[in-house]
Structure formats: C-alpha cells, structure tokens
Design a protein around this ligand. Structure first.
Ligand SMILES: [Fe+2]
Ligand SMILES: [Fe+2]
Length: 251
C-alpha cells in the first residue's frame, strides 16, 4: 500500500511526500496473467507527452543550476526536492507506459536522452527568482489540475482491473505531488518576497499570455500546455486562483 504521508520538514518550501512506486505500481503488473490486449496505439502519444514533460524537469534543473551562486539557498532546497520528485514521476510514467503499451520501449525512451530544452524565450523569468517562483507556482497548479482531469483516461488504459486500479493510484500520487510542489513554491515566495503581493498580478498576466500564445512545447518542462488538454480559459482560471493565493500570502 502507498503511504502518502508528508515528510516532516522544517523547510516548508522543500516538502516531499513519501510513496513508493513498487507499492503503487509493482513490476508484477507489467504482464498480468490474463491481461487483455495492449492499450490502443492512438492513446500512446498522450502518455508519451506526459512522460516527456516529466523527463524534461532534469533539463530545467540543469539550466537553472548554470546560474550558480545567483540562486538563493532556499531556492536550491526547493529545486532539489522538486527535481527528485519529478525524476520519480518519470520512472512512474515510464513503468505505466510499459504496462499499457507493452513491447520493447527502449528505442522510444532512448530518444528522451537526446532532448535539449530551448530556454531562450523564458530567460526573463528564469533570471528573476520572484518571476520564476510565480511561474513555478502557476505551472505546478496547472499540472495538479491536468493530472486530476486525466485520471479516467489513464484508468481506461489498463489491460486488467488490477492495472487500471494501479494506474489510478499512480495518477493520484502524481497529482498530489504536483499540489505539494505548488505549495512549496508559494512557501518559497512567502519566505523570500514578503510584501510583494501587489507585483504578482502583472507577472501572472505575462505568464498566462505567454502560455496561451505558445504553439509548440520547447522541452522546458515549464508551460507544457500546447496540447488539446489545456486551453486559454483554464490557464486564465488557474492563473487568477494562484494570484489570489500569492497576494494573500505575500501581503
Ligand atoms: Fe511531475
Ligand atoms: Fe511538479
């Protein structure tokens, strides 16, 4: 059984939940006895896109670490906890992918290792920890909503009832981790930028406009919303909700 307990930490901006992939989606479910046929290939790109976006967290982490000493110590703590979780999400979706679609996926996965992010369009956000924090809060809130809405889709990919149940458990863990990342970003901003609540709305407007206008995802992890699952209405709604929370917390 998964035990989604929050790990006690004095650093509210670097909280991690505790859960074990081997409990949630055991390897034994890769080829369950009496399993039905693999999931329809038409669903494969959607799962692979989610997997790729999680994988790209390591590209964003590497890009941010090039900023060296300009990153604050609390931001580094946030980043370290976040990166560990996103790597775990990549492992979880990779195993789910193998369960659902079967076969030898190594060639598909090997393409991930050649990915390079194009961070130039986001440079003005990445160079400013306040703007980056607002973007991370927005992006993680979007991920939370996205995985929540995706649960029935993932459940439908199971080749057995046991697989379907396990896929639902994976999606819930991912969704709850993303919600924790959102809260961590809020705590980080509250710690580092108290009194700047009035500056959040214009930054968020810029982020949502950038997100809505983006026609192609550029392997940046951030703003991976150029798909049918997301639209400008949802972006605006999430952006406003995050803005209200940050205005309250930052003062
Ligand atoms: Fe994730
Ligand atoms: Fe996340």
């Amino acid at each position: 059984m998964s035990v989604p307990l929050k790990t006690a930490t004095a650093r509210a901006w670097a909280t991690r939940r505790s859960w074990d992939l081997d409990d949630v989606l055991p390897e034994s479910l890769l080829a369950p006895p009496g399993a039905g046929p693999v999931a329809s290939p038409e669903h494969e790109p959607r799962v692979f896109q989610d997997l790729v976006a999680e994988y790209d967290a390591r590209l964003l982490e590497a890009e941010l670490l090039t900023r060296g000493d300009r990153l604050s110590a609390p931001f580094r703590e946030f980043l370290s906890a976040w990166a560990a979780d996103e790597e775990k999400h990549t492992d979880a979706l990779g195993r789910l992918y193998r369960c659902a679609f079967g076969g030898d996926c190594e060639s598909r996965f090997s393409r991930l290792r050649a990915r390079r992010g194009d961070f130039a369009p986001l440079a003005s956000f990445l160079d400013d920890e306040f703007k980056l924090g607002v973007m991370l809060a927005y992006d993680e809130a979007m991920s939370t909503q996205g995985y929540g809405a995706d649960i029935p889709f993932y459940e439908s990919l199971g080749r057995s009832d046991a697989q379907s149940s396990a896929f639902v458990r994976v999606l819930r863990e991912l969704k709850n981790d993303e919600a924790t990342h959102y809260k961590n970003a809020v705590e980080l901003l509250a710690l580092r930028h108290r009194g700047r609540g009035g500056e959040v709305a214009p930054v968020m407007e810029e982020i949502v406009a950038h997100d809505a206008a983006q026609e192609e995802y550029r392997a940046t992890f951030l703003l991976d919303h150029a798909t049918n699952q997301f639209d400008a209405t949802m972006m605006g709604r999430v952006g406003r909700a995050v803005t209200r929370t940050l205005e309250r917390r930052l003062g």
